[in-house]
Design a protein around this ligand. Structure first.
Ligand code: 2YC
Length: 291
């Protein structure tokens, strides 16, 4: 898991409207709609239901400590979607207690091992690697107009890539997977067959895999995993990996077909998964057709 630095997050809060319009230009959908698609909420929840959800973001000082701007950025992404979100004044246990004393529905916190949204009332854990995998797969699904029956190559079989694979299967894609450590590919394939009776293709050569896949999920922490030569006009990439796995020249070539952000998609999806965990009945009413 790549640990972000403050430079990764410092401009996100002020730029959310522009980010949202760029996302809409690429996918035809807003961040809220992409996150709903990722959380399998098939009708956009009414604003009053979203604003009824209270989220406390708790800065954590353990390990390598606070990332300047991280908690505020998480809060601003949730607020951008309409959630009632605040950063606790206290950190760590005192911050969690402060969140509980403010009767939050969701507590969000990240140490160096996990970034989670916790629902105290029903003991649910929403992990950022799950939300990020589903969020970027959902964005790719919307960007290409539906992945059903299409081949998608996942590069990187870590926690985000594994969750993206599950999401791609949900969206009906034919999944191929590559990892520099081939054993991780095999383990993912075995797990998906055991749990979903779905076979995914494991790729030993990245160059070969890139030559015959045009839809990609880049979920590695390598800065140059996709070379410019393997990109064509029909290439669409959802890249949760930090840093982005391609050169600036390659990025320029594929920008209109590229989804990449350090926090927005994952945090937005955590918020909608949290809404689903805390307001299932109200959401259910949203989902049922009227009448
Ligand atoms: O400011 C704080 O509360 C820090 N304890 C936050 C540490 C986050 C560490 N994790 C990351 O930088 C990223 C997450 C955004 C998802 C995976 N790694």
């Amino acid at each position: 898991m790549t640990r972000l630095i403050s430079q990764d997050v410092e401009n996100i809060s002020v730029d959310l409207d522009r980010f949202d319009s760029l996302l809409h230009a690429k996918t035809g959908h807003t961040l809220l709609e992409v996150a709903c698609h990722a959380a399998n909420i098939n009708k956009r929840p009414r604003r009053s239901l979203i604003s009824s959800l209270k989220a406390g973001v708790v800065p954590m000082t353990s390990g390598e400590g606070i990332i300047q701007g991280f908690s505020e950025t998480v809060r601003s992404i949730l607020a951008h979607l309409g959630f009632h979100a605040f950063v606790t004044e206290n950190t760590d246990a005192a911050g969690v207690a402060e969140a509980f004393e403010n009767s939050v529905d969701i507590v969000m916190m990240a140490d160096d091992r996990r970034f989670v949204a916790l629902s105290p009332k029903n003991c649910q854990v929403i992990d950022n690697s799950v939300a990020t995998g589903w969020g970027f797969a959902a964005g790719l699904d919307l960007m290409v107009g539906g992945l059903k029956g299409n081949k998608v190559l996942i590069i990187g079989c870590g926690p985000v890539g594994q969750n993206a694979a599950e999401a791609l299967i949900h969206f009906g894609a034919e999944v191929s997977a590559y990892d520099v450590n081939h054993e991780r590919c095999i383990a993912l394939a075995k797990r998906l067959f055991r749990s979903k009776y779905v076979n995914i293709r494991t790729e030993k050569s990245l160059a070969h895999a890139l030559s015959n896949h045009k839809f990609l999920i880049e979920a590695t922490n390598s800065p140059d995993v996709i070379d410019e030569k393997s990109l064509g006009p029909g290439t669409f990439i959802a890249a949760p990996g930090m840093p982005l796995g391609m050169s600036i020249a390659a990025r320029k070539k594929v920008e209109a077909h590229l989804l990449h952000d350090p926090l927005q998609t994952g945090v937005a999806t955590m918020g909608l998964m949290g809404l689903k965990a805390c307001r299932p009945l109200e959401l259910d009413q949203e989902i049922k057709p009227n009448g």
